[in-house]
Design a protein around this ligand. Structure first.
Ligand code: MRU
Length: 372
């Protein structure tokens, strides 16, 4: 397969391109901290700058973080002055360490870095010069981006089958093009349903403290003319009790093999209330979000700066400045509250400890079949 050709073809179908590799060794991304006010693209040749962009959430959303980390590894390889393959591998290990130390919950970050490192080591076995390893690293990063777009489009097609004409869908945080290499996970399902001609009404939660719902989800949907109503996070119970929600679709930052789902803080509350009202609660995420080594609720949860809670986006101070703050960025929804998990491989239902490993196995076979 010609990765560049396929990537160009897919990118031409995207309305929003949040991140890109430029052939002269630069990465360009949309700084989502400034959306919806300004559309500012940033560029770098330095993997450390890209790590900073992930940490500061210029790039955010688990799949986008994974793609950015892969491109960070590609920058480290492309600009390396290593004179031997061993030296280059050591530099890549160092870059991996810097990139890993950015956001602890999104599994895609670790998955992407490990995958690029594996490709580098594999190429190093037969490489006669560092440039062969560099090429292998850049190619693997592009493949990660390509596969993310393909996975999003596949999840859209699969998930759209669960959407009926006229559905009122509640979603949390931002799971759209701005959270992925393009198209989106939960928002990708909504996009696909609309593309199929279904009428969909979206209820977007604002998503305090960083307002990904109010800023990003609303921006994406309004841009595409998809009907959206914004509510604050604390309105979810009332809105559901009034019968105004048919389904919930959210994304994930990490899913364990037995179906625990880490996602943006507030997701668990939504799942509990959805359960109380008998509303289906769907999680949409690529298999790169599934941590094959983790079971149970003990997913590492990122805690962010107290100032995110004390202020509105660092601008307006909304409390007594010295107040103590607790600011976990994610929570964990247990499997019993999850109706189904939609991945690019299909729809997993409970018991997830059976369906998720089966899904991962079918992906492994499919990938091996393609390669072999
Ligand atoms: O802190 P963020 O904005 O990176 O959190 C993002 C989310 O929680 C998303 O729901 C998740 O990454 C899925 S995105 C397709």
């Amino acid at each position: 397969m010609d990765v560049d050709k396929r990537l160009e073809e897919l990118k031409s179908r995207l309305k929003i391109r949040p991140i890109e590799w430029l052939e002269d060794g630069r990465v360009r991304w949309l700084d989502v901290r400034l959306i919806p006010w300004e559309e500012v693209y940033r560029e770098t040749r330095d993997y450390r700058r890209l790590a900073q962009a992930i940490r500061d959430m210029e790039i955010r959303g688990a799949p986008a973080i994974g793609v950015a980390a892969a491109f960070g590894m590609a920058l480290a390889a492309y600009h390396s002055r290593a004179s031997t393959v061993e030296e280059l591998l050591a530099e890549l290990e160092k870059a991996a360490e810097v990139l890993r130390d950015t956001r602890p919950t999104a599994y895609n970050l670790f998955w992407a870095i490990d995958r690029v490192l594996r490709a580098a080591r594999e190429a190093a076995r037969s490489a006669s010069s560092p440039s062969e390893v560099k090429d292998a690293v850049v190619l693997e990063a592009k493949k990660i981006m390509l596969e993310d777009i393909e996975a999003n489009m596949a999840m859209g097609r699969i998930g759209a089958k669960l959407v009926q004409d006229g559905d009122r869908i509640l979603t949390h945080c931002n799971t759209g093009a701005l959270a992925t290499a393009g198209y989106g996970t939960a928002l990708g399902v909504i996009r696909a349903a609309v593309e199929e001609g279904k009428e969909v009404h979206v209820i977007a939660t604002e998503t305090r403290p960083l307002l990904q719902g109010a800023r990003l989800t609303v921006w994406e949907l309004v841009k595409e003319g998809i009907d959206v109503t914004l509510i604050t996070d604390n309105m979810v119970g009332y809105v559901m009790s009034k019968g105004l929600v048919d389904k919930v679709f959210v994304g994930a930052d990490r899913i364990t093999v037995d179906g625990y789902v880490a996602n943006k803080i507030g997701t668990y509350t939504i799942a509990v209330v959805a359960h109380r009202h008998g509303i289906p609660f769907y999680v949409v995420a690529p298999t790169s979000t599934i941590d094959p080594n983790l079971r149970g609720p003990g997913i590492p949860i990122e805690e962010r700066s107290p100032d995110e809670v004390r202020t509105v986006l660092g601008k307006l101070v909304i409390t007594v400045p010295e107040v103590k703050v607790y600011n976990p960025a994610f929570d964990v929804t247990p499997p019993e509250l999850v109706t189904a998990i939609i991945t690019e491989e299909g729809i997993a239902v409970r018991p997830f400890e059976v369906s998720i490993p089966r899904m991962l196995e079918s992906k492994r076979k499919r990938v091996e079949g393609k390669e072999g």
